[in-house]
Design a protein around this ligand. Structure first.
Ligand SMILES: C[S@@+](CC[C@H](N)C(=O)[O-])C[C@H]1O[C@@H](n2cnc3c(N)ncnc32)[C@H](O)[C@@H]1O
Length: 401
């Protein structure tokens, strides 16, 4: 069965998901079930019903979502959370820590968070958790706090405690945890209009892996607005990079997959650039030692400097040129390359000086003569431009270069 454009658009626009990431077979089977239940006569009619009948739409959503979750999923996130709370939040006694878990699916994630916060020493008046999901069924299930063992699992049994415990065939959640959490049916795409409160910590894990690029961008913006400055976002292991590519800064331990908007973003970026520059210069200085060994620049050296300039590493390329000039007998090619680098940086006077030096060292240097001719033309010195062009022509005839 081919999924109609109309239904594809509904999934992308209203849920944010990409059918290929959800699994085409999964979506097709949801459509077939939906057609059966709604008694629609065709896929087109079903597409229309999805737009006008909330019950039909909601039951379609329940069919296509992937609610897989478990207690303490990626335990390193919870270990990091606990340490962060002990090290930082516990000292802010008058503050109420606000946490958002979205999507929370059937509740294992927010219950794991609540248990971790109690374990870290917070008491019931120190924190609140909002837990949201697009699935009504998942939210109702989460509210009960009883999990048949064959429905869920605990990532690591050492996390079992007085708040989350096994008994017979079930895993139970203590009432103390339940009273810390508000379960809300909500769509990540609309979260900004639903909720104006800011959060200290957001768990948004294992949903972007199903989203279109457009939906990811929209949700990331929403989440940024919902997070206090310096607040933390816990992501899924395959999702951290999406956040890092959108202005978030990695924090936390290697496998905790945490990032933050970061107060000192600009400063940190500046520092990072400075660090990179230092490393580049260091590398160039190492090359200086290599130059001493080589005694004179080789074709490979010229190519290396040119390649550096090509990728915009002007400073590094220039540093290598200077090093050669300092260490060895003047070399026309190096002055020529220096001229080109200045030209790339729109520094025409410096370019001219270096082309002139190259020509002085090698009077029939075709490329340098030609560049001088272009430069003169640019500067409006047309007579000079013609003279250099003619010299270049003569050198071409003479040397065949
Ligand atoms: C794989 S579960 C992840 C649950 C939990 N965060 C975890 O990592 O274990 C994905 C959940 O995303 C929810 N979901 C999908 N699209 C959503 C949307 N647009 N808004 C809110 N929840 C959504 C689904 O209902 C499902 O429960």
């Amino acid at each position: 069965m081919i999924i109609s454009d109309n239904i594809n658009k509904i999934i992308e626009k209203k849920i944010g998901a990409d059918i290929n990431l959800l699994g085409v077979k999964n979506v097709e089977s949801a459509i077939l079930n939906g057609i059966k239940k709604s008694k629609a006569k065709s896929i087109e009619e079903y597409g229309i019903l999805l737009q006008i009948d909330n019950n039909i739409y909601n039951s379609f959503v329940e069919e296509i979502i992937i609610p897989k979750t478990w207690f303490f999923r990626n335990k390193d996130s919870y270990i990091y959370l606990k340490n962060e709370i002990i090290g930082k939040w516990k000292t802010e006694e008058n503050r109420v820590l606000r946490v958002l878990s979205i999507p929370c699916s059937t509740g294992e994630e927010p219950y794991s968070i609540a248990s971790t916060l109690f374990e870290a020493g917070l008491n019931k008046s120190n924190f609140t958790i909002d837990a949201m999901d697009i699935s009504n069924n998942a939210i109702s299930f989460a509210n009960c706090g009883i999990y048949p063992k064959n429905h869920t699992q605990i990532e690591d049994v050492s996390f079992i405690n007085q708040y989350i415990f096994e008994n017979g065939e079930n895993i139970y959640v203590d009432d103390q945890l339940k009273s810390q959490i508000s379960f809300i049916n909500a769509n990540l795409l609309d979260i900004n209009s639903l909720n104006k409160k800011k959060y200290d910590i957001i768990f948004c894990r294992n949903v972007f892996i199903y989203f279109t690029k457009k939906a990811r961008e929209k949700v990331i913006l929403n989440l940024k607005n919902l997070l206090i400055k310096g607040g933390l976002i816990f992501t899924g292991h395959a999702e951290l990079n999406i956040f890092l590519n959108s202005g978030f800064i990695k924090t936390g331990t290697k496998n905790s997959f945490v990032c933050s908007v970061g107060k000192k973003k600009k400063k940190e970026l500046k520092k990072k650039k400075k660090r990179e520059l230092k490393i580049n210069i260091k590398k160039a200085i190492i090359s200086k030692e290599q130059i001493n060994i080589e005694k004179e620049p080789t074709v490979l050296t010229y190519q290396m400097i040119k390649s550096l300039a090509d990728i915009g590493e002007y400073q590094k390329a220039m540093l290598l040129c200077e090093t050669y000039i300092e260490e060895m007998k003047p070399d026309a090619e190096i002055f020529y390359i220096k001229g080109l680098i200045h030209q790339l940086q729109n520094s025409m006077d410096n370019a001219q000086v270096n082309f002139e030096k190259a020509i002085y060292l090698k009077p029939d240097y075709y490329d340098a003569l030609l560049q001088m001719s272009f430069l003169m033309e640019k500067k409006g010195k047309l007579k000079s431009a013609v003279l250099f062009k003619n010299r270049a022509k003569r050198s071409y005839k003479l040397t065949g270069e």
